[in-house]
Ligand binder design. Structure first.
Ligand code: ADP
Length: 453
């Protein structure tokens, strides 16, 4: 539309301007010719055919097609046209009438490949109008020039239109093809084909959108895989204690004359499995809350009192398992989090250390400030973690030794909860093996100085 408008303007504006220029030049030349003629008649007291012819004989009439001289009544006294001369007739053209009323008149029109210009002026004698001179010019030369210009402009416009049309068709086809590919990819992914990728060549914006879309799909695929794995792992974890409960209840129901001691033993086992179920669901709920991104508003928390509280409880657990638990703390360790989160992290790490180092285990917990970080490390002298598993222990349901974790009452979710909880507060957690044996877990939170709330 814009190009069509520009072409229309290109085809009309220069022509209109040139036409106007020609009109102006015609007006000045024709009017000055008429003035010369009027001047040559100006000495006459009255106009007659004879004296007008005599006066006009000396006037040069270059380029003028017809000249008429009328008397004050509009009767033609002189006409340059030989055949069909109007001498003796009345020439009441608009221009002559105007002149007989005392005005100079000029009109010009461009039609049918010719400029037709008419000029007329009154002839005065002692301020009396005694006649009028009328000149008519029919010019095809300038009109031909104008027509040439018009044709050239039309040809140029046609070339521009063809080029623009071809270019826009090529461009729009390329564009629609790319958008089409993107659309197909979006639809495929929407239908669940997460492995589908948008193949868009080039480096333009659409190709970039394609790349962004592909990386988005990558993430979607990863999230979807993780979700599927999580759901299947979670169902599996829930199924195991449920199956055990069913087995135990079936045994009680189906064994005839079951003695009270065995029943009590079975029911105690059922209780343990139920406890496990509730631990798993609690951990799952905690993780879902972390995933939903809805966090309790953080406050400045001094980690030391929380550590002391966990240590009081865990010392009893350690004693029960014949393990030794010690802790030390240094510096002002304030972080931006909630008390519950800190409690959970310290508890899970210490519980694991006590759990996996077993009888005779030595667990050392240390809390300190290192520059802008508050660092909590939990070290033990247990079996440590095989190097190939060290980066995977934070994954959900990942256990190095499944049987051992289960028998120790683990859910396989403790470390993922620790990792997610710490990361939500811009911290980090890592696992390592100690040179002398045993594992050490280190959690870091950004240090927030100031009064704890
Ligand atoms: P679990 O409930 O099984 O303890 P976690 O997520 O807390 O689950 O830990 C994942 C796995 O990491 C454990 O099953 C265990 O194999 C390993 N792990 C965790 N802490 C320790 C530790 N202190 N020493 C050795 N292995 C550990």
């Amino acid at each position: 539309m814009v190009i069509a408008a520009v072409l229309l303007l290109l085809n009309t504006y220069p022509l209109l301007v040139s036409e106007d220029l020609v009109f102006r030049s015609k007006a000045s030349t024709l009017q000055s010719s008429v003035s010369v003629m009027v001047y040559s008649l100006s000495g006459l007291e009255r106009l007659t055919e004879e004296n007008v012819s005599a006066a006009m004989a000396v006037v040069e009439e270059t380029g003028i097609s017809r000249i008429l001289v009328t008397d004050s009544a509009g009767k033609v006294l002189y006409d340059t046209r030989e055949t069909g001369s109007a001498v003796g007739e009345y020439a009441l053209y608009t221009e002559t009438v105007q002149s007989l009323l005392g005005n100079d008149a000029f009109t010009c029109s461009y039609q049918g490949g010719a400029f037709r210009s008419r000029a007329s002026s009154p002839v005065l004698y002692q301020n009396q109008i005694i006649g009028a001179v009328y000149a008519y010019e029919y010019d095809t030369e300038q009109a031909a020039l104008l027509q040439g210009l018009q044709e050239n402009l039309l040809r140029l416009s046609a070339v521009i239109a063809v080029v623009v049309l071809a270019l826009s068709m090529v461009l729009s086809r390329a564009l629609t093809r790319k958008i089409g590919r993107l659309l197909t990819a979006i639809r495929q992914v929407r239908e669940g084909a997460y492995s589908h990728r948008a193949e868009i060549p080039g480096r333009d914006e659409i190709a970039q959108i394609g790349q962004e879309f592909n990386s988005l799909t990558d993430r979607l695929q990863k999230t979807e895989n993780a979700r599927r794995r999580f759901v299947s792992d979670a169902s599996h974890e829930l199924k195991t204690p449920l199956a055990a409960i069913r087995l135990l209840t079936d045994s009680i129901l189906q064994t005839e004359d079951i003695d009270a001691a065995t029943t009590r033993e079975f029911v105690a086992d059922i209780g343990k499995e139920a406890e496990r179920l509730s631990r798993i669901t609690e951990d799952l709920l905690r993780l879902t809350r972390l995933d939903s991104g809805v966090l309790d508003p953080p406050a400045r928390v001094d980690v030391l009192p929380v550590l002391e509280q966990v240590m009081r409880m865990m010392t009893l657990v350690a004693q029960e398992r014949k393990a030794e638990l010690t802790y030390d703390a240094a510096g002002e360790c304030t972080v931006l989090a909630t008390r519950d989160e800190i409690h959970q992290v310290i508890y899970n790490l210490t519980d694991n250390a006590v759990k996996y180092s077993g009888t005779g285990g030595i667990v050392q917990v240390s809390l300190r400030r290192e520059g802008d970080w508050v660092v909590l490390s939990v070290a033990d002298n247990g079996p440590g973690i095989p190097e190939e598993d060290i980066n995977r222990v934070f994954e959900r349901f990942y256990r190095v030794d499944k049987a051992r974790s289960r028998s120790a009452g683990g859910t396989g979710l403790g470390l993922s909860i620790v990792s997610d909880t710490v990361k939500k507060r811009d911290g980090s957690v890592e696992a390592a093996n100690r040179p002398g044996g045993g594992a050490v877990f280190t959690a870091r939170w950004p240090w927030k100085g100031g009064e704890a709330q």
